[in-house]
Design a protein around this ligand. Structure first.
Ligand code: IVH
Length: 658
């Protein structure tokens, strides 16, 4: 049926009401419509659009979450590059920056607009005739990725500008970010599912924006502060006000500062007040207000000369060590942890910090009763910086690593300190968590808490026990009912369909990460042949050295490991190749830099993986770096990457990219 004028009007009216209500909710933080009414109107709009699909417009509120995941993102060239910002680390450096400008301009004073520096990811949005037609990431500043589908899910980004006669084309830039509370929820969920945690909200934002499935992006509650508008004859202050009128969320804490003294006051105010913000900031951005002066000053090849980021010093706080405990990992490695008086640091309560290993602990010489300085620099994970010797209690003694395992009481080996009892509950819990992790058997719902409960209640003593569990047994555990227990049992059963390469990776054999297990299963189509292979045969595989081959042979030669394999086979797991996963080229054209110790891959494996996916690995961070893969104890490359705003990813993120 031909749509009538009244249908068209109705559609327009519904879209306007819904957009106005969403703007009031997400931008003005001042809801004007009941949720139930919003839902009712939304459904009405959806029904009409289903009836008249030819009348669906890209700015319709129903178009926020597309239902088809992208297979990959295409690249876009930024007409005007997205520049990075020069950094100043204190007021002295800021004043030197201004002196240079004043000399160059032959002026006595300059007025600035100060903004908060939001710790997120820059986006460039294109509006044609007032409609959002393209959204892109910053990428290297010149070329980014087209992620329009994902950007549409951000509700504080208008799909249509609030303008009666919009210009043919308008470009808006700003920062996408994840509020701290959502960040905490995402990580809590990831932890429960045994997935690796995002190190900070910036990583979480960059990782989310690059998700191929817009539904996942929509679930992450991203927001966006607009801060750049490409229109001449404005000032920065005017632009921000105008962006607000167009319907964008503009950070309310901006301040016009007639001189550098006001800038200093703004910085000092926010250095202490930022703790109260619901999102993370890592400094303030100081911009010359007048666009004419901005134009005169221009850009270096990397930065605008008319703006600078004044970064906050890393946050530190003293607290007292109440106890030093040790954790037993899946490999039996013993990690010391300091348990401290809880303190607020960077918006979270911190009460534990890793001391890494016996050597690091001895180097820091942290003792029970010591007052220490805890630091959180940009990263979310706190670190003990040093002990305050003046406050050390006189009776304190250096910490001694335990001689017996705190979990199973067996004698520990040293250098490095480790437990070698394969039935140790600490090792069992760690092995189960690894087995269930997303890169291994990917058992949804089998997170850390569930594992603790299963092991503590004596239901599971080894991996094969998982496959003997009954719904009644699981339902008897705290926080479980019949429904959730059935779901877990089904997820465990589902893991029997996982391929041999994942089973092999899930066994947690030392040095056998994702890539090595792929290589091994390509050469040894079943566990039996791999078990009887010699060091020479295994090390003849390109990419596997003799040291790794020896570790593999040693693992398979143990009777308890052979029993484990038999039990897994009896339980119905794939200990032979069914088919080999196709290789993807999703990383084509991307340059990666690796820093730190990666949790589940060796450096060689990570490099092989990237190359296998079509990507390049470089040893130093430059503007051309697309991603930095960050492990534990990252080096100076990370700081460089942060300066250049290069997305940070974990090995899990890397596997997902592939
Ligand atoms: S202005 C040419 N304003 O910081 C102007 N950037 O370290 C360049 N950022 O890439 C950006 N908040 O992703 C600007 N209020 C703000 C910002 C901001 C966060 C980010 C942005 C930029 C990075 C530079």
């Amino acid at each position: 049926m031909e749509p009538t004028a009244s249908v068209r009007n109705k559609l327009e009216q519904l879209r306007r009401s819904l957009s106005t209500a969403a703007h009031a909710y997400y931008v003005l933080d001042n809801p004007i419509m009941e949720d139930s009414i919003y839902d009712q109107l939304y459904r009405e709009l959806q029904a009409l659009e289903t009836q008249y699909p030819e009348l669906v417009t890209p700015d319709s509120p129903t178009q926020r979450v597309g239902d088809r995941p992208a297979s990959q993102f295409s690249s876009v060239n930024h007409n005007i590059p997205l520049y990075s910002l020069e950094n100043a680390f204190n007021l002295e450096e800021l004043s030197q920056w201004q002196s240079k400008l004043l000399r160059q301009l032959n002026l006595e004073e300059l007025a600035y607009v100060c903004e908060l520096k939001i710790d997120g990811a820059a986006l460039a949005l294109t509006y044609e005739e007032g409609i959002l037609t393209r959204g892109a990431t910053r990428g290297d500043g010149k070329t980014g990725e087209e992620i329009t589908q994902n950007i549409r899910t951000i509700r504080s980004i208008p799909l249509r500008l609030n303008l009666d006669s919009p210009p043919p084309r308008l470009e808006v830039r700003g920062e996408a970010f994840i509020p701290l509370i959502t960040f905490a929820q995402i990580n809590a969920q990831r932890q429960a599912q045994g997935e690796s945690l995002f190190a900070n909200p910036r990583n979480a934002t960059a990782g989310t924006l690059r998700q191929l499935d817009p539904k996942i992006v929509a679930s992450r509650n991203l927001s966006f502060f607009a801060y750049t508008l490409h229109l001449p004859d404005f000032s920065q202050g005017d632009s921000l006000d105008y962006l607000e009128r167009l319907g964008f969320l503009v950070n309310p804490h901006r301040r016009l500062c007639p001189s550098l003294e006001n800038v200093a006051a703004y910085y000092q105010d926010w250095e202490s007040q930022r703790q109260n913000l619901p999102y993370l900031t890592d400094g303030v951005v100081v911009k010359v207000n007048d666009y004419q002066i901005q134009k005169t000053l221009g850009f270096t090849h990397k930065f605008p000369r008319w703006a600078i980021a004044l970064k906050y010093p890393p946050q530190t706080i003293p607290t007292r060590v109440k106890e030093i405990i040790v954790n037993v990992g899946r490999t039996g490695a013993i990690t010391p942890l300091a348990v401290m008086e809880p303190v607020q640091l960077g918006g979270t309560t911190v009460q534990r910090a890793t001391l890494h290993n016996a050597d690091r602990l001895a180097e820091l010489d942290v003792r029970v009763g010591d007052t220490i300085i805890l630091q959180k620099a940009g990263e979310i994970i706190p670190e003990i910086l040093r002990v305050i010797p003046e406050l050390r209690p006189p009776e304190s003694i250096p910490y001694q690593m335990p001689t017996h395992c705190p979990e199973c009481n067996s004698v520990l080996l040293s250098d490095p300190t480790r437990c070698v009892n394969s039935t140790c509950p600490g090792i069992v819990r760690g092995s189960l968590a690894h087995w269930a992790s997303s890169a291994a058997l990917d058992i949804r719902g089998l997170g850390e808490k569930v594992i603790i409960s299963l092991v503590n209640n004596g239901l599971v003593k080894s991996i094969p026990d998982l496959y003997q569990l009954t719904v009644t047994e699981v339902a008897s555990l705290e926080r479980f009912g019949t429904k959730s227990a059935t779901k877990l049992i089904e997820a465990i059963a589902q893991s029997k369909t996982q391929p041999w390469s994942r089973v092999l990776y899930g066994l947690g054999i030392p040095h056998v990460g994702v890539v090595i297990s792929q290589l091994l299963t390509e050469h040894f189509p079943d566990a039996e042949r791999l078990s009887s292979a010699s060091v020479t045969t295994i090390s003849s595989i390109y990419g596997i050295g003799p040291e790794i081959a020896e570790a593999i042979v040693a693992w398979f030669s143990r009777g308890d490991h052979q029993n484990l394999l038999q039990a897994l086979e009896a339980a119905g797991l794939n200990l032979q190749s069914v088919n080999i996963a196709p290789k993807t080229q999703n990383l084509a054209g991307k340059t990666f830099v690796i820093t730190g110790i990666l949790p589940n891959l060796t450096r060689t494996e990570a490099e092989a993986l990237i190359k296998q996916g079509g990507g390049k690995v470089s040893s130093s961070v430059t503007q051309k770096t697309d991603y930095i893969v960050v492990g534990e104890n990252p080096g100076t490359k990370l700081a460089k990457a942060q300066q250049l705003n290069i997305p940070q990813i974990s090995t899990d993120d890397l596997l997902k990219l592939m």
